[in-house]
Structures are given as C-alpha cells and as structure tokens.
Design a protein around this ligand. Structure first.
Ligand code: PMP
Length: 287
C-alpha cells in the first residue's frame, strides 16, 4: 500500500502521467457539454470485481451516445495496467470516455473527433462487516429520462445529493410521481416478508452492477426478488431497506426522513445479503 500523499499515475489518451500533470483541451466536448460516459470498477486485493459487467455497461453507454466502439480487451488491459502501475491493493478504477476535443465550441462536432480516454484510481475502503445504517431523504427525481446511460453529466444527481445532505441524509431516495427510481449514486431495495423489491431496470434508473449481483446472490440464497414498480408509500410498510453501489456495496438504511426503518438497525435479510456479498469478494481474492 502506498502513502496517501503520493500522486497517482493516470492514463490519458495513450500516455501515463502524474495526475496533477494531466491536461485536457478546453474544447473537449466532455468539458463543454458533458458529452461523455464513465464507469467505476471496484478492485479488491488487485482483482477487479465483476469487470466484464462494468465493461459491458461502459460499451452500452458509449453506444447509446454514439461514441465508436472500443474493444473489451483494451479496457481489460487498461484496468490491469492502472492497478499495477499505481501499486494499490483495494481501489476504485475510474474510466471516462468523451466525444473528444473539437477546434471550437459547437453543439454538433465540426469534424470527425477522436474520443478522449481518461482513467485513474483512488483508494477504496472495503467493507468486511455490515456497515452502520444510514439516513436517506425522499426527494423528487428532477433528472432526465435516460438515467440508464452512465453519463458524466451528473448535475441533477449532485443537486439532489446536496439537498439530501442539507437534511442530514447520505443519499436522496428519488421518486417520479410517487414511483421510486434510485439514489443519486445508488440503487434501492425494499424487504417485505422476506422478499426483495427493487425498481425495474428501465430508462429511469442506472442498472447498478451491484444491484445485478445482489439479485443473483439473493436468488442463490432462496430469497425471492421482484423487479417491479415500487411506490414511496410502500416505504412505510417495508421491514428493511438497503442501498447498493460499487463503493458502498450493501448499505442498510435505518431512517427515511423522520421515519425509522424497522428498529433502525441492520435487518436480518440485509445482513444475510451483505454477508453473501463479502463472501463473493473473499472468493475472488482467493481464486
Ligand atoms: N445509480 C446511480 C445513479 C449511480 O451513480 C450508481 C453508482 N455509479 C448506481 C446506481 C450504482 O451502480 P453500481 O452498483 O454499478 O456502482
């Protein structure tokens, strides 16, 4: 493990440079229009977790906005190089792909552009025990209708996260007309009578890789999972609520606005899923 104050090596368009020296053009469409997509991959003991699913999602996002396809092998190599060049055991790999730099600011590109590829790592605090429950705040989802694309345009997400933070909450729990969508950077699960309920993977949410994995783990444990429209009113009757994301893994929710979920502690099913999640990480490390 390296010292916290040592700069990281980042990848930028074929070059490896210290992060503070990495420079992108002011004409980059990512900078001017947020015309790009990104991906975040957790790495445990130098092993990327569910990498193929993350790369498939990156390719889906890139295709959705019209960036030419880049082979999966390129991304696998890049992730491996990032981990080894930076000498980090547990980390989050960040990959960003934009439409590239033009010669002027123009809503439509004025010429064929080469995509800008940027990738970096940051240290990751890995959970091995179930984390303490957090508070979330119910807020109206003000974002666009293509939340399935992992766009670098996160303005809506950030405004909502700030509003949640003002209420002392870690994350917003978003809804559209009473229909639960997701958080600013996570997906939600409700537990009722031993079964899991989570909003469907449509255009209104980003289908988290952690969400996909949790659904699979739950089914392996014999827990029923329903990917169905969930109403905010169901929250009052939920036995347990938890959120998922690559950096938070499985995180119990103890409070929604002023309402305590269950007894405010991590519920039995949430603990069971979190333990299965830890076991799958251990399995990856020991492979
Ligand atoms: N929804 C949103 C809006 C997110 O930003 C994230 C995290 N990137 C997630 C869900 C969870 O996705 P994952 O499990 O792949 O980290």
């Amino acid at each position: 493990m390296k010292a916290a104050n040592v700069s990281n090596l980042v990848y930028l368009n074929g070059d490896w440079v210290a992060d503070e020296n990495a420079k992108v053009s002011v004409f980059d469409r990512g900078f001017l229009f947020a015309d790009g997509v990104y991906e975040v991959v957790p790495v445990y003991q130098r092993r990327p977790f569910l990498l193929n699913l993350h790369i498939q999602r990156l390719q889906r996002s890139a295709e959705a906005i019209g960036i030419e396809s880049i082979a999966a092998e390129f991304w696998y190599q890049l992730v491996s190089d990032l981990i080894h060049r930076n000498n980090l055991d547990d980390c989050l790999v960040y990959i960003q792909l934009t439409f590239g730099a033009d010669s002027q600011r123009s809503h439509l590109p004025t010429q064929p552009l080469t995509p800008t590829i940027y990738a970096s790592v940051s240290p990751l605090q890995v959970h091995w025990n179930t984390p303490t429950p957090v508070k979330v705040a119910v807020l109206e989802d003000i974002r666009w209708h293509r939340c399935d694309i992992k766009s670098i345009s996160l303005l809506g997400n950030i405004m909502l996260k700030r509003e949640a933070a003002k209420k002392g909450a870690l994350e917003p729990l978003l809804h559209r007309n009473g229909r639960i969508t997701e958080g600013a950077s996570c997906n939600y699960f409700l537990v009722k009578q031993g079964a899991l309920y989570t909003p469907p993977a449509d255009h209104l949410i980003l289908a988290g890789i952690t969400r996909t994995w949790v659904i699979q783990l739950a089914r392996q444990l014999g827990i029923e999972v329903f990917e169905v429209v969930c109403d905010v009113n169901q929250l009052q009757h939920a036995d347990e609520v938890f959120l998922t994301s690559s950096s938070r893994e499985v995180q119990p929710v103890g409070q929604i606005d002023d309402i305590i979920v269950g007894n405010g502690q991590c519920g039995v099913i949430t603990a069971q899923i979190a333990e299965a999640f830890h076991a799958s990480k251990r399995h990856l490390i020991q492979e």
